[in-house]
Ligand binder design. Structure first.
Ligand code: SF4
Ligand code: SF4
Ligand code: FES
Length: 235
């Protein structure tokens, strides 16, 4: 099975053909299988990330034909093209920078909140949001995240590079609002952070898609949009 791999070095991108040798008849490999075989054979210095190989760590996200997929769970077909996620700055080959997104929440998320105490009952939606594996597949086609590119996402000062949010950061903020151990002040801070990060971009947006099937539209965006509109109408 022939595929193309985007080799990106020093900002230059080359599309390199790779012929995957099936390990058994009729095998439909995952993107990560293809990358591992390419590295073990033709392209020993191919760079990519992975961890659990079981859709848990979120590290292996790559674009397949320009759309983000969780690499250890996304099957590849003849002629597919694999590249680094286009939604984040590329370091090399399939590896993109992930640290700026996490920094975006620094100072906006209460440092005292370390997740839910297991003895405290939490609403069902809170538990649904804990399924996030931080794969960043949801950044695809997000108009709010796109504002970061307009504002210079590849600035050297990473603390200033991500001034606009994305579905993942909204999920984290909504999770705080649902966390039974969060104070009212924590919840208000989370809502204000969503407004600061540009939740107005969601008002007319058809919505976002999660790589592992979390209902972002209903469980994250809608409650935050409703609450932000209510708060802003009070002013
Ligand atoms: S609904 Fe909001 S977070 Fe989701 S893709 Fe649209 S702008 Fe981004
Ligand atoms: S919300 Fe879904 S797509 Fe986005 S980072 Fe979490 S698991 Fe990945
Ligand atoms: S390797 Fe962990 S999610 Fe794919």
């Amino acid at each position: 099975m022939k595929v193309e791999l985007a080799i990106i070095r020093g900002g230059e991108k080359r599309l390199v053909p790779f012929e995957y040798a099936p390990r058994e008849e009729g095998e439909r490999p995952m993107a990560l299988d293809v990358l591992l075989q390419a590295q073990a054979t033709d392209i020993p210095d191919l760079s990519f990330r992975y961890g659990c190989r079981n859709r848990t760590c979120g590290l292996c996200t790559v674009d397949i034909n320009g759309r983000p997929r969780v690499g250890c769970r996304a099957r590849v077909r003849e002629g597919d093209q694999l590249s680094a996620p286009s939604t984040l700055p590329v370091v090399r080959d399939m590896v993109s920078r992930r640290d700026g997104i996490a920094r975006q929440l620094r100072g906006r998320v209460p440092s005292t909140l370390r997740g839910n105490d297991l003895d405290v009952e939490a609403p069902e939606d809170y538990h649904a949001l804990t399924a996030c594996i931080e794969c960043y597949a949801c950044l695809d086609n997000c108009p709010m995240h796109a504002r970061n590119f307009d504002q210079g996402i590849e600035r050297r000062d990473e603390n200033k590079a991500y001034t606009s949010g994305n579905p993942f950061s909204l999920l984290k903020l909504q999770r705080i609002r649902l966390d039974p151990v969060a104070t009212r002040e924590d919840a208000n801070k989370a809502l204000n952070a969503a407004i600061e990060l540009g939740i107005d971009a969601c008002y007319d947006c058809p919505g976002c898609k999660c790589g592992v099937g979390i209902d972002l539209k209903r469980k994250v965006v809608k409650p935050l949009v409703d609450a932000s509109k209510a708060l802003l109408s009070e002013d």
